[in-house]
Design a protein around this ligand. Structure first.
Ligand code: BJW
Ligand code: ZN
Length: 258
């Protein structure tokens, strides 16, 4: 590691240690080291389709079997993945400190799993930690497109989306597609946390997809600072007080001293 990197890490650690309120925004990059493919970039492709072509209500209407197959493939893949040291460092931060709000765009549930594992390691017998805020939903759930009933997704190679047991309408994954509104309670809570944060720690997101990408901007507008962790530069890099370039599974534990 270069001296410059070491200084940047120390600076990030200091900003976070001095903060009263912290909001963390994560994206697909934090799960990349767990083996979950990202959306954009060369490893982010699925059979030559781009997310913009599959993660839309129009794609599901046009070809439900194709979109369903993509989700079943991803569900199978995610089932074989485990949280990495980045997820664990964030889970410990949120469990051990007050004033931390963890917001994720990821639908893979790995933050939840890391939190459960850390909570049991720390010996807390309480209920499952109430984080993160999953602003784009959760891939392990299905939602009925008719009656909105939520069910646990069942893995398998069904030829297309199954029907709802209650109303027979088509099931769909409980995720947010392009052009769909995010749950106003969930994104609203994330926006409040971003506005009240002294530091917004942004990790592993291309910071392109709104409204989630607007969360660090809210912290900046309210006078807070941004710390970014990403392999590459993003549209946010120029406005970050500290921008660390490298794998989040290595950098987050270093920054968070975990
Ligand atoms: C590492 C790493 C390692 C790799 N360590 N780093 C302006 C213009 C045009 C359109 C819009 C606009 N403003 C808003 C919109 C619409 C649209 C949008 O933002 N489009 C943009 C692309 C321009 N937004 C929406 O449609 C949203 N809804 C909405 O606006 O509703 C309005 C409305 C209101 C009222 C009624 C109705 C409507 C919804 C967005 C939903 C996004 N959904 C998806 C799919 C979720 C389900 C699924 O998983 O299948 O969410 S798309 C996909 O992108 C997914 C992700 O959560 C999201 C963000 O991606 P992310 O996480 O940043 O991943 P990548 O792959 O892009 O980046 C990975 C990063 O990690 C890279 O930077 C790497 O360098 C880095 N990395 N390995 C550290 N080891
Ligand atoms: Zn139904």
């Amino acid at each position: 590691m270069t001296t410059e990197n070491r200084e940047q890490i120390a600076h990030a650690t200091e900003l976070l240690a001095d903060a009263r309120q912290i909001v963390v925004l994560t994206g697909a990059g934090v799960s990349a080291e767990s083996g979950v493919p990202t959306f954009r970039g060369e490893r982010g492709l699925w059979r030559s389709y781009r997310p913009e072509e599959l993660a839309t209500p129009e794609a599901f209407q046009r070809d439900p079997a194709l979109v369903w197959a993509w989700y079943q493939w991803r569900r199978g893949l995610i089932a074989q993945c485990a949280p990495n040291p980045g997820h664990h460092a964030l889970a410990r931060l949120a469990l051990q400190r007050d004033g931390v709000t963890l917001v994720t765009q990821n639908v893979d549930g790995l933050h939840h799993r890391a939190a459960r594992e850390e909570a049991s390691r720390l010996g807390s017998a309480g209920p499952e930690p109430a984080f993160p805020l999953e602003v784009h939903g959760a891939i392990h759930r299905d939602r009925c497109s008719g009656c909105s009933r939520l069910t646990e997704a069942i893995p398998g190679d069904d030829p297309g989306p199954p029907g709802c047991a209650t109303c027979a309408a088509q099931l769909r994954p409980d995720v947010v597609w392009f052009g769909e509104a995010l749950d106003p309670d969930v994104i609203g809570a994330a926006q409040q946390a971003a506005l009240g944060a002294d530091v917004c720690l942004v990790a592993g997101t291309s910071a392109l997809v709104y409204p989630a990408a607007g969360l660090p901007e809210l912290t900046l507008q309210a006078g807070g600072t941004v710390v970014e962790v990403n392999l590459d530069a993003t549209p946010l890099t120029a406005r970050a007080t500290v921008s660390l370039h490298g794998p989040s599974g290595e950098l987050l534990p270093l920054i968070l001293g975990a």
